[in-house]
Design a protein around this ligand. Structure first.
Ligand code: NAI
Ligand code: MG
Length: 495
């Protein structure tokens, strides 16, 4: 199979790389395997890509190690930062192509995909700015010693990303790792390999030495497992399901105790108080669950509404959800495209069926949308209880539940009654309520009178089973630096 292919999307035609990107070259996998890429809008295979197996992970690790101990080590922090900034500029120049790839491969609407590209480029540029601002401290221990710390790169980093934001997750992972002077191999999700490969072209054009950034397409149980158990990888960063997150942590423990960061699932509460601005709240609640077709780790899937406005809120929210335009990602009016795959479609539909069997009321949706493509109607369940799987488990689709509460204490108790702790939101006009409640919520991010407002400057990650460590912001650099203490004896006294 060739190493690239012309692809025609409804908005552009471009040349898609298909090989594994190792050492700044696109290459075939050692085993010569390939796998198919499906367009979720019409369920059709439109291209195949080369597949990485264990031996390709070995090749990428060797390339990264060679870069790390060779040319990359000689590149100054300022020059490193400049390469990242150049990469961000290139992403912006290629925005239309990258967005079309995301829309075609993932099914997200072209307009949302463009926003993803802009956010991804900004994230890479932000970390370019950090590259020459990573430094240690001088610590005044005593008069006879000079003590200082160095923040050194961890080494070879393996990064495993999901399919819901293929390009954005690439940027969140690669940005801080490379800014801190590491070399990486990043494995895209098998459902959405194309934008990561396209980034290979831009990485080369931005001037990174060979082996600093390697991109692998492949399956979790093969290439992903090879990364998390690899003896030559110093750090693994994973975003995806909690079940696989546990496996990654176990594999790291059983192999070389590589450093681990995990960004996992959620079942995030979105709390609306009686005094909320109802128009504002409805708009953010709607965006909180239906953005990216509900395929967000931080999706606001449990909507808690105070009794004084519950009936009015539900009526208006139903109207709002039904107005969301579901359809072709390349249509300019589309808000919600198809789910990413047959598997995800089936999982979500089985949750919907279970909700119905358990006796919850379908207020809106509850069915497939259309007859072709992995489309699902925006769905709202009411009359739910805490034992139902639709309330307890991450659905990762356009499905939410709405519950009524009386008091602030009750809202906090329901909100925290989950093993997850990724995000939460509060809608209220009362400043004191917003501060009091956000202090009580067990969640890595709390939004007030908004939702999904993620910035590359602010940390993001989970309490409880939603993960370990924080991505984004200055905090993410901690994942990618080892701290070395150096103590120099100044006096001539002997021990
Ligand atoms: P997944 O966790 O299986 O896949 C995520 C990534 O992990 C992919 O790159 C995959 O190839 C890799 N992977 C899979 N098994 C692996 C293993 N044994 N070792 C190393 N890497 C492995 O998620 P999947 O099956 O695509 O989606 C299932 C559910 O996971 C979703 O319904 C959703 O609930 C959750 N999820 C959460 C995401 C988040 O952003 N936190 C993103 C994607 C899925
Ligand atoms: Mg796909």
């Amino acid at each position: 199979m060739a190493l690239s292919q012309k692809i025609q999307t409804p908005s552009c035609t471009y040349e898609q790389p298909l090989g594994l990107f190792i050492n700044n070259e696109f290459v075939k996998g050692v085993d010569g395997k390939t796998f198919e890429v499906i367009n979720p809008h019409n369920e059709k295979v439109f291209v195949s890509v080369h597949e990485a197996t264990e031996q390709d992970v070995d090749r990428a690790v060797a390339a990264a190690r060679k870069a790390l101990e060779g040319e990359w080590k000689t590149v100054t922090p300022t020059a490193r930062g400049r390469m990242l900034v150049r990469l961000a500029d290139l992403m912006e120049q290629h925005c239309d192509t990258l967005a079309a790839i995301e829309a075609l491969d993932n099914g997200k609407s072209l307009s949302m995909a463009k926003a993803d590209v802009a956010n991804s480029a900004n994230c890479i540029r932000y970390y370019g700015g950090w590259a020459d601002k990573i430094h240690g401290k001088v610590i005044d221990t005593d008069h006879e010693t000079l003590t200082y710390t160095r923040h050194e790169p961890v080494g070879v980093c393996g990064q495993i990303i999901p399919w819901n934001f293929p390009l954005l997750m690439w940027a969140w992972k690669v940005g801080p790792a490379v800014a801190a002077g590491n070399a990486v191999l990043i494995k895209s999700a098998e459902q959405t390999p194309l934008s990561a490969l396209y980034m290979g072209n831009l990485v080369k054009a931005a001037g990174f030495p060979a082996g600093v950034i390697n991109v692998l397409s492949g399956f979790g149980r093969v290439a992903g497992a090879a990364i998390s158990s690899h003896m030559g990888i110093d750090k693994v960063a994973f975003t995806g399901s909690t079940a696989v997150g546990r496996q990654v942590l176990q594999a790291a423990a059983k192999s070389n105790l590589k450093k681990v960061t995990l960004e996992l699932g959620g079942k995030s509460p979105n709390i609306v108080f009686n005094d909320a601005d109802i128009d504002n709240a409805i708009s953010w609640v709607n965006f909180g669950i239906y953005f990216n077709h509900g395929q967000c780790c931080c999706a606001g899937s449990r909507i808690l509404v105070q009794e004084g406005i519950y009936d009015r809120f539900l009526q208006r929210f139903k109207e709002r959800a039904q107005q969301n335009k579901v359809g072709d990602p390349f249509h300019p009016d589309t808000f919600q495209g198809p789910q990413v795959s047959q598997l995800q479609f089936d999982r979500i539909m089985s949750y919907i069926d279970q909700g119905k069997k358990d006796g919850a009321t379908v207020e809106v949706g509850g069915e497939r949308h259309g007859t072709e493509g992995y489309y699902i109607q925006p769905t709202i369940f009411s009359n739910v209880n805490d034992e139902m799987s639709i309330v307890k488990e991450e659905i990762f689709g356009p499905v939410c539940s709405i519950q009524k509460f009386k008091t602030e204490e009750e809202a906090i108790k329901i909100a925290n009654g989950t093993n997850y702790g990724l995000a939460a939101a509060i809608h209220t006009k009362d400043l004191n309520t917003s501060i009091r409640v956000s202090n009580e919520l067990k969640a890595g991010t709390v939004w007030v009178n908004s939702y999904n407002m993620i910035s590359y400057q602010a940390p993001f990650g989970g309490f409880k089973e939603s993960g370990m460590g924080r991505e984004l912001g200055e905090y993410a650099l901690n994942n990618y630096t080892e701290i070395k203490t150096v103590r120099i004896r100044l006096g001539d006294a002997m021990f």
